[in-house]
Structure formats: C-alpha cells, structure tokens
Design a protein around this ligand. Structure first.
Ligand SMILES: [Zn+2]
Length: 347
C-alpha cells in the first residue's frame, strides 16, 4: 500500500542562496518551501535595509515563475549596525530577523561581532520592536576545541545575552549538541533550528575511511549521542524546534581542496530525507510541526495556506547528484540511503 502524508507547505528558517550565478542556479531548488529566512553573509555582507531590499529583488528575479518561495530577509549584525535603520527596515517589512555571527565563525563572517557589549543597544531596540535575533552559536576562541564550541557559546555568549536583554527573542541556529537541545528546552523566548544533515550524519561520516569534504559543515557534526539528541528534539513535537536547512552551496573545487570550506547543499532533497528520518523514528505525525508549524509560530507569522504531499514509492526519487552553477558544479548532499519519499507539490 502506498504511504502518504500531506503537510502544510513547509518553510526553511535558515537558507543560503548566495548571489549571481550561484543564486540563479540554486534558488529554484528551494521551491517546495513557502518561505525561507535568507542568510546575509554575502561578500560584502547585507548590512542595511536598502541592501536587504535589493538582495530580495535579486532573489525574486532569480526564481522561475512557477516557484512561489517568499524570501524573508535578514541583516548581518556588526558592531556598527544602526538600530534606527534596522528597526525601520523591519517596520517597512523588508527584514524579518537579524543574524549574529561571532567574528570568524563561518563562511564570510569576518565582519561579525567581537565585543558583544557594543551591540547591546541594538539588541535592546530589537527586543522592543519584536525582531528575532538568529545566532550562529559557536565561540571562535582558538583555545576552544572545535567540537566544544557550541557548548561553550551557550555559557559565554548566549546565556549572558539572554540575561542582559531578556525580552529579546533568540533563535539558536543549527544546533548540533545535546547541550543545545537542553538549553533551548529549558528556556522561553528561544527557538532552535535543526538542519537536515545534522539529523543524518555524525562526525564519523566526515572522517572515517578518508576525509569526506561534502559532509564538512559548521557547526561541525558531533558524536553520535548528539545526533540522537537532535533526532529526539526534532521529532518531539516541542514547538521550540523547527527546520532550518542551512543549505549552503559551494563550488565543488572549493570543497574538494586542501582547505575545503564548510557547508552542505541540502535544498533539493531535504523533504524526502526528512520524511525518511521521521518515518524511521516512528514520528511521521510530528513532521508537519517541525517543518511547517513551529517556525511560523516562533516568527509570529501565519502558517502557509497550501500543502505538499509526500508519497512513499517503490522506486527512489531521482535527485541530481550535482548541479551546475555557471562554470562550477555543486554536489547535492548524499544522505547515504535511498529516498523513497517523493514530494508532490500541490500549489
Ligand atoms: Zn548558515
């Protein structure tokens, strides 16, 4: 018998679309989603309301006509961000959130925040205006082991900021640890995104039997106990946890290099992977909450009106292993299992 699930159209609460030829190549692959929070770490980063508006226009121009994805824009918080510009951009409906990168934490994060005291007035203005802060939750102190950077971030940065500005609504992005799950579960005014790939891979996938650059991402995947904690959180039905794919396309030549960059490109096959993950955990009934309901609730937006249908068939869905972006190829995330769940769009 054919198994199927119908969901409110899901949203992606953390997405990298890049710019130029890469944007043109990848944007349509997020077309199953109703909305996506678009990350601002371009070169140069998206710093002002005007820059966010023009980036939004470039994204809309890159989307094929039959794709209804609505980009929700963000600003890149720096130590010189002006609170007035940010609040105005939110009031004008240009931005939906602000992104905080600790300086040097990940791709194009050099302009990020070093001294958190300097951004406190902006955070207070955001709290008052109800603008969520999305945080890349890793410290960048070279003395801290890369596998501990999320846990240390909670103690050194996240918890102090939340105590200093308790009304600020915070999203701890792409959590990868039991520590992240525990912190978010125990607090209010906080949500967490979980990526597709962190539900599937642990650090062995990156390192055993040779280095697998296409499984390298930041935050780096942790040991198996942490992956299982993420699976439990995602399938728990707790509204604090929702989908943010962090789909992050990079040219293969930049990933397959002596110094390969971080990021997994999961946009094309995310919903098929998630259906399998939730089925494996006997939690298919929790998939709609995770992918379609909890995110809008946190962001105080309505859920999407339309639906998508996921159908389990005898033959795997055909996703490309690579896509082309200008002169480059980009590898699509390989979950390591066949994807029998097909997405049937019902726009
Ligand atoms: Zn990201």
């Amino acid at each position: 018998m054919t198994k199927s699930v119908t969901l409110r159209r899901p949203d992606d609460w953390h997405l990298h679309l890049r710019d130029g030829a890469m944007l043109a190549a990848v944007a349509a692959y997020s077309g199953h989603f109703g909305r996506a929070i678009i990350m601002p770490n371009l070169v140069p980063p998206v710093l002002t309301g005007a820059q966010a508006a023009s980036y939004r226009d470039r994204i809309l121009a890159a989307l094929p006509e039959n794709v209804t994805l609505r980009p929700l824009m963000t600003l890149y918080l720096t130590e010189t961000t002006e609170a007035a510009d940010l609040v105005q951009a939110h009031r004008d409906g240009i931005i939906s959130a602000v992104k905080l990168y600790p300086a040097g934490a990940t791709t194009n994060s050099a302009s990020g925040v070093r001294d958190f005291a300097k951004v406190r007035p902006v955070l207070e203005a955001m709290a008052e205006a109800g603008i969520p802060l999305c945080m890349h939750g890793e410290v960048t102190d070279p003395a801290v082991d890369i596998f501990d950077r999320e846990a240390v971030f909670i103690d050194r940065v996240l918890d102090p900021i939340r105590r200093a500005v308790p009304a600020l609504r915070v999203v701890m992005e792409h959590i990868t640890t039991q520590d992240g799950v525990d912190y978010v579960s125990a607090n209010d005014n906080i949500g967490a995104t979980i990526t597709t790939h962190h539900l599937v891979i642990n650090r062995n996938h990156i390192l055993v039997g040779g280095i697998r650059p296409h499984y390298y991402c930041l935050p780096v995947a942790k040991r198996e106990t942490h992956r299982l904690a993420l699976r439990k959180a995602a399938t728990s039905g707790d509204p604090r946890f929702f989908l943010g794919t962090d789909s992050a396309p990079h040219p293969d030549r930049a990933k397959e290099s002596a110094c390969g960059c971080a990021g997994c490109f999961t946009a094309p096959n995310t919903m098929s992977i998630l259906a399998q993950v939730f089925e494996d955990d006997v939690a298919l009934d929790k998939l709609e909450g995770f992918a379609s309901l909890h995110g809008p609730a946190f962001y105080r937006m309505p859920v999407n009106d339309d639906t998508i249908r996921l159908v389990k068939r005898d033959t795997p869905a055909a996703y490309p292993t690579h896509i082309t972006a200008g002169d480059e190829t980009v590898t699509v995330f390989d979950p390591g299992f066949p994807l029998y769940w097909h997405v049937e769009d019902q726009a």
